[in-house]
Design a protein around this ligand. Structure first.
Ligand code: SF4
Length: 343
């Protein structure tokens, strides 16, 4: 049995049932691939099903509002993915007549579709022979063939693309999925399941006992810590929330006003009545927020008006209504502290 035959035989008997595996609709595969970025399959399935019920076609997604799309994304996090999917659907609807293109150059123009997602959609939906190389695939190949190129450097991606193409049989659809599945189920980052691995007979890292040295990954980016005071401004039983800017972390989502810790003191005066809540932290890809929530009530309206006037868009929201607007996970943690404090 050659490489592909061995891998595909394993895939056919071991693949997990997933709703997007029952279709060759490129839009459905696109939605699933975007949701699966940074999120586990089991978490994605219920979100995917609800999303596809509400937005079954590219046109239905393109005709919705971004606010509604965010509502269906709530809980999945990384909202930039939802925004790009929405922009992409609008583009396909307006420029390609609502039909997902087969042409690689046309797909490359769609927002949010990088080389991996492009490969996954085209190979799964249209059986186009293109590689779909993600972290799973790089890990497997680097171990099996002792590829020493650093997987954290974008320029090395082509080494893995070429390897996939050299191994790919006439069935790119199953082959790309099988590689991803092997990485997800067997060849895991820590403690790979070599004993049950179908590819073990030809795996060089396994033969040489060096699986822990592969993949080679050196360029770790540092995580920057940013500390903010979170202003939870109360008026009666509602709290001031603002829509975040269009760019940057948690873009377009709602949250409380943030002030860098070192600049906070200059805002405060005797009109402010402040209670401290427990600090929460939230880690993004390369940034960490330390959030120090303050429950604030103003004596008199002047200080309050000053803050409200600075916001691009904002409103007072009751605790009960906070789950009906799209709020980033970092702020949801703050809301949890607020609920605990109040009860
Ligand atoms: S034998 Fe081990 S290291 Fe090699 S591909 Fe299989 S699980 Fe990965």
């Amino acid at each position: 049995m050659d490489y592909a035959e061995r891998l595909l035989a394993w895939f056919d008997t071991n693949k997990r049932a997933m709703p997007w595996r029952n279709t060759n609709d490129p839009y459905a595969i696109w939605v699933s691939e975007i949701m699966l970025q940074q999120t586990q399959v089991d978490t994605v399935i219920p979100y995917y099903e609800k999303f596809m019920d509400r937005f079954p076609t590219i046109h239905s997604l393109a005709s919705a509002t971004l606010e509604e799309v965010y509502n269906y994304w709530q809980g999945l996090g990384y909202y930039r993915r939802a925004e790009n999917l929405y922009k992409g659907a609008k583009m396909v609807d307006e420029e390609y007549g609502g039909v997902f293109p087969k042409d690689i150059d046309l797909v490359k123009r769609i927002p949010g579709i990088g080389p991996y997602t492009l490969g996954a959609i085209l190979s799964i939906a249209f059986h186009t022979p293109v590689p779909a190389v993600d972290g799973n695939v790089m890990r497997i190949l680097s171990r099996q063939f002792l590829i020493e190129e650093d997987i954290s450097r974008a320029k090395n991606r082509k080494v893995f693309d070429e390897k996939v193409m050299a191994l790919m049989p006439g069935d790119p659809n199953r082959f790309n999925q099988a590689l991803m599945e092997l990485g997800a189920l067997i060849c895991s980052p820590k403690d790979p399941g070599c004993i049950e691995c179908p590819m073990q007979p030809g795996c060089m890292a396994n033969h040489e006992g060096v699986t822990n040295l592969f993949p080679v990954k050196t360029a770790k980016q540092k995580v920057t810590v940013l500390t903010y005071k979170v202003m939870i401004i109360r008026r009666d039983d509602t709290y001031w929330m603002e829509k975040r800017p269009e760019e940057g972390l948690l873009a377009n989502l709602w949250g409380f006003p943030l002030v860098p810790k070192d600049k906070f003191k200059r805002h405060v005066n005797k009109d402010w009545h402040i209670n401290k809540l427990k600090t929460v932290s939230h880690v993004f890809t390369h940034r960490k927020w330390e959030l120090e929530p303050l429950l604030i009530e103003f004596r008199g309206e002047r200080a309050l008006m000053k803050i409200i006037e600075q916001a691009q868009e904002g409103k007072f929201v009751s605790l009960a209504h906070m789950n009906s607007i799209p709020i980033g996970t970092a702020f949801k943690k703050v809301i949890k502290e607020l609920q605990t404090y109040r009860h």
